[in-house]
Write a protein that binds this ligand. Structure first.
Ligand code: HEM
Length: 512
């Protein structure tokens, strides 16, 4: 009895010491967070805080401010606390060390207006089982090495169509709108992977509408909006972002619904004889998940997922190719060097294949250099702090919006030599890559929210670019000199060339 009593006593004593220790550590860490100062930042005006400092190109304004306030900086937009990080070390803290706490999203007024945040892979928090399901589906059914291998010929064929379209323009000695042409290619690659149809056509002007719609989506989500800073103003829709996003999303949902309905009808017809599994596209797989009592998805979820994939996956790819071409046209000797490399590897084969890309290190360096100077999402997609957290000795408060200025990191002279020069050579023989491990170059983000489309983008962008350079020489129209080519940027969620690039193709060889 005595022994039992003694053991119980020791156990209670142990529990007491343990609880004391836990309470002490938690209180200490809380109080140390309380004493952590806010990151430095510019003085704030009453009510609006720092909104007046954002400007047309927030990534430029934030880069300038960080020269004064440092690599972790706090700003206040109305009621929204914002922390902007602008160095590889700070990006590593956000995207790796505190990834778990800083991976929520700050959805925007326009996104909430169409209830997209409740179902979307882009806007749901990682704690949501639905987000995990959607990421898993993307990783296994869309972007796994096996799925990418299965869709390789499709991509190569779509790029061949781009080359033949440009070839017609070259016969007429006409300038090509690179932005539109590459957008149609990126669009058709994605629409075929998703539901086996071409959504874009090079011939018809009417397909510019789809491009405008996708760009409208990106702009209405990415543009500054007073209601993001003062939620009570939401209903006024002062910038018209709600209205634009509603109109654009309805247009896209209508298109998707048409394809989904056609698939459902086709599916019921071939009920007895299911299509060859290897020929099933992504929507076929998603529709399977809508069946039965324990259905994991419904058609509304599928429409929203398609909306995300088209929004995130078309314009990003095509504008990267457009920026690469613009840089090469401004730097003719780099273009010559890339073309010489491609010619030496492909020779007279007549067409570039995806498998050739690994043998083109200079071309890959051109793509990396383009990502460095023109990241498609210059501030990534805004993240949100789930709790208070101390980053590099400063407090990032719960619910603060966290922006990683990858555009500024890419142009920081303390990170890159001659940062404003387009010098693909800087990547030659270096291990540095865009896959989220090198924090000086993270155009796809990193950590749990890293872009799921990265494996597709790193195949599509170099293939399109190499094909354009292999089949054609390029010149600027109307006597524009390469050094005069304008490189003005327009900020949305994706960074565009304000004036789409037009260039005249000159055919180099007969096409296969
Ligand atoms: C050049 C091409 C691309 C670039 C530069 C790019 C960049 C990005 C970036 C920066 C993010 C946010 C990452 C973060 O928060 O840390 C992102 C997210 C995302 N991207 Fe991409 N992307 C590209 C292509 C694609 C493609 C081809 C697809 C799909 C077809 C895609 C689908 C997505 C989705 C669904 C998300 C949201 C993921 C989430 O929040 O969990 N992207 N992308």
């Amino acid at each position: 009895m005595d022994i039992i009593f003694e053991q119980a006593y020791l156990f209670l004593l142990f529990c007491f010491i343990l609880s004391f220790f836990l309470i002490f550590t938690i209180t200490r860490s809380r109080s140390s967070l309380k004493v952590a100062p806010s990151p430095p930042g510019p003085p704030r005006l009453p009510i609006i805080g720092n909104i007046h400092l954002v400007g047309k190109n927030p990534h430029h304004s934030f880069a300038d401010l960080s020269k004064t306030y440092g690599p972790i900086m706090s700003l206040k937009f109305g009621s929204l606390n914002t922390v902007v990080v602008s160095s590889p070390e700070a990006a590593r803290e956000v995207l790796r060390t505190y990834d778990q706490i800083l991976s929520n999203r700050s959805s925007t007024n326009s996104i909430r207006f169409i209830n997209h945040h409740e179902v979307s892979v882009v806007w749901l928090p990682p704690s949501s089982p639905r987000w995990r399901l959607l990421r898993k589906l993307a990783a296994t059914q869309l972007f796994s090495p096996q799925r990418l291998e299965a869709t390789k010929t499709l991509r190569e064929n779509k790029v061949k169509e781009l080359v033949s379209f440009i070839s017609e323009s070259s016969e007429r000695e006409e300038a090509v709108d690179i932005s539109r042409a590459t957008f149609i290619t990126a669009l058709n690659i994605i629409s075929n992977i998703l539901f086996s149809v071409d959504l874009g056509s090079y011939d018809s002007k009417k397909f510019s509408e789809f491009q405008d719609t996708v760009i409208g989506v990106m702009e209405s989500v990415g543009k500054p909006d007073a209601a993001n800073f003062f939620p009570f103003l939401g209903f006024l829709d002062l910038q018209g972002n709600r209205k634009t996003l509603k109109a654009c999303s309805e247009r896209l949902f209508k298109v998707f619904r048409g394809f989904i309905d056609a698939k459902i009808a086709e599916k019921s017809l071939r009920n007895v004889n299911p299509k060859d599994v290897s020929k099933r596209d992504f929507v076929d797989v998603l529709l399977d998940l809508t069946e039965g009592d324990e259905a994991e998805l419904n058609t509304n979820d599928i429409e929203h997922l398609l909306f995300d994939l088209f929004g995130a996956g078309t314009d990003t790819n095509s504008s990267t190719v457009e920026w690469a071409m613009a840089e090469l046209l401004r730097n003719p000797e780099k273009m010559g060097k890339a073309q010489a490399e491609i010619d030496s590897v492909i020779g007279q084969k007549g067409v570039v294949k995806e498998s050739d890309i690994s043998e083109l290190p200079y071309l890959q360096a051109v793509v990396k250099e383009t990502f460095r100077l023109h990241p498609a999402a210059p501030l990534l997609v805004p993240r949100k702090a789930e709790f208070d957290v101390e980053v590099l000795g400063f407090l990032v408060p719960k619910d603060a919006q966290v922006l990683v200025n990858v555009w500024a990191i890419g142009r920081d002279p303390s990170v890159w030599e001659n940062p404003s020069r387009f010098e693909p050579e800087r990547f030659m023989g270096k291990e540095i890559d865009v896959r989220g491990r090198d924090y000086e170059l993270t155009p796809f983000g990193a950590g749990r929210r890293i872009c799921p489309g990265l494996p597709l983008a790193v195949k599509t962008v170099p293939l399109m670019l190499a094909s354009l350079l292999y089949s054609f020489d390029w010149k600027l129209p109307n006597g524009v000199l390469s050094e005069d080519l304008d490189m003005e940027e327009s900020f949305g969620l994706t960074l565009h060339k304000t004036n789409p690039l037009h260039a005249v193709p000159v055919k180099k060889r007969c096409l296969n």
